[in-house]
Design a protein around this ligand. Structure first.
Ligand code: ADP
Length: 377
């Protein structure tokens, strides 16, 4: 056998054993690449060897080499875990068989390792999921605390401050009234911030997969809600045509209100706002654009303005820095994306992409007509 392997180009280190105990000792003594075993030996058989080999848990080719033993026994040996069976008259098959089995052995090892890696990754994923579930639960608890525990003392401060304002109204001690007024304002702002946090953490929780809204209607509703402000600054707001999208009405209204509200708020002092809300459609997606001719945004801030409570203009303009963060969260939880392009001093355009609502009836009609044409063809 060694001679045949040499002819084929192998130069094996080998050892020959003839008893079960010798075999067992040899198997563990060195890291062998393969076992070649006779089927019948005196006092020890190939099947005994196979059993010992399997007890060691090794995975190297085990090939039986013997005179003809009949198909049934050969099949039996393979079933018990032998990798191949070579009849001595065809011993030229030996080297190719060893080569193939060595290759398969490597494949098996790689597969085992890949499986282990997969299991490790799965475990990691499960751990991350657990952490995520826990931090979501923490966030829920935080929101609950924010909406109840934080607002309660705030109400008390507000009530007493208002009491002070009332007591001092019309009296000569105007400074106290003024201070109490500052407190009331600060409390108002704090309440807005807390409610902002609640709105933000509520946004995107359980978005309804089936929700659909007509963006044209929703944008027009947003314009109506801001009608007073539009009129006050002499703005023009053009809308549409806009398609139907996969988002519920309420969050979409929130997005349009934030963007339209900002377009009105961040206007240039001497230029009446001109605002256009439009949309382009491609591959089942609608890309909306809310364009204004306002003060614009410096490049360095175009991403940061979408962060929670991030504001660029301090106290020059009212607001708490929530609108864009909320819009981003709402759009993203509906498989969308939002960004801004702008020229400082000339204006900004906020874009957001949402999946379009397929017109189910149209799709059905399309299928029906195709089916009909197939039948007639
Ligand atoms: P808020 O308006 O309450 O400050 P937002 O989250 O809506 O909060 O906006 C964040 C910041 O982005 C604003 O403070 C403003 O500086 C900037 N911004 C938003 N919209 C516009 C716009 N249309 N033009 C110029 N700046 C804008």
């Amino acid at each position: 056998m060694v001679e045949y392997l040499r002819r084929y180009g192998y130069d094996p280190d080998w050892t020959r054993v003839e008893t079960a105990s010798e075999f067992e000792a040899a198997l563990t003594a060195e890291p062998w690449d393969a076992v070649l075993s006779d089927y019948n030996m005196s006092g020890f058989t190939g099947l005994d060897a196979l059993e010992i080999y399997q007890r060691t848990g090794l995975d190297i080719p085990f090939i039986l080499v013997s005179g003809s033993i009949g198909e049934e026994r050969a099949v039996d040996a393979m079933r018990r875990g032998a990798h191949d069976y070579i009849i001595k008259d065809r011993v030229q098959r030996l080297a190719p068989a060893v080569e193939r089995e060595l290759r398969e052995c490597v494949t098996r090892r790689e597969r085992r390792e890949a499986n282990l890696e997969l299991r490790r990754l799965n475990r990691e994923l499960q751990e991350s999921m657990m952490l995520l579930t826990r931090s979501t639960a923490d966030l829920k608890q935080f929101t609950f605390a924010a909406s109840h525990d934080l607002q309660e003392p705030l109400r008390t401060v507000s009530n007493y401050a208002q009491l002070l304002v009332r007591r001092h109204a019309g009296s000569a001690v105007t400074e106290e009234a003024e201070f109490a007024g500052f407190i009331t304002d600060a409390v108002e702002r704090m309440r807005d911030l807390i409610q902002g946090i609640i709105a933000y953490s509520d946004a995107g929780r359980n978005p309804q997969r089936q929700g659909v809204a007509d963006a044209q209607d929703v944008a027009e509703d947003a314009r109506m809600m801001l009608a007073d402000r539009i009129e006050a600054c002499g703005a023009t707001v053009e809308i549409g045509p806009l398609p139907r999208v996969r988002m519920e009405r309420k969050p979409l209204l929130q997005v349009f209100r934030s963007l339209l509200g900002n377009a009105l708020k961040y206007r240039r002092a001497d230029v009446p706002p001109q605002i256009a809300i439009s949309a382009e459609q491609e591959n089942g997606l609608a890309c909306f654009a809310v364009a204004d001719n306002g003060i614009g945004i410096e490049e360095a801030y175009r991403e940061r303005i979408f962060e929670l409570f991030r504001r660029l203009h301090g106290t020059d303009y009212p607001g708490i820095g929530l609108g864009l963060a909320l819009a981003k969260r709402l759009v993203e939880t509906h498989q969308g994306r939002i960004w801004v392009e702008s020229t400082p001093g000339e204006g900004s355009t906020f874009y957001f992409i949402l999946p379009m609502a397929g017109d189910r009836m149209a799709v059905k009609k399309e299928y029906a007509s195709r089916a009909a044409s197939v039948v007639t063809e």
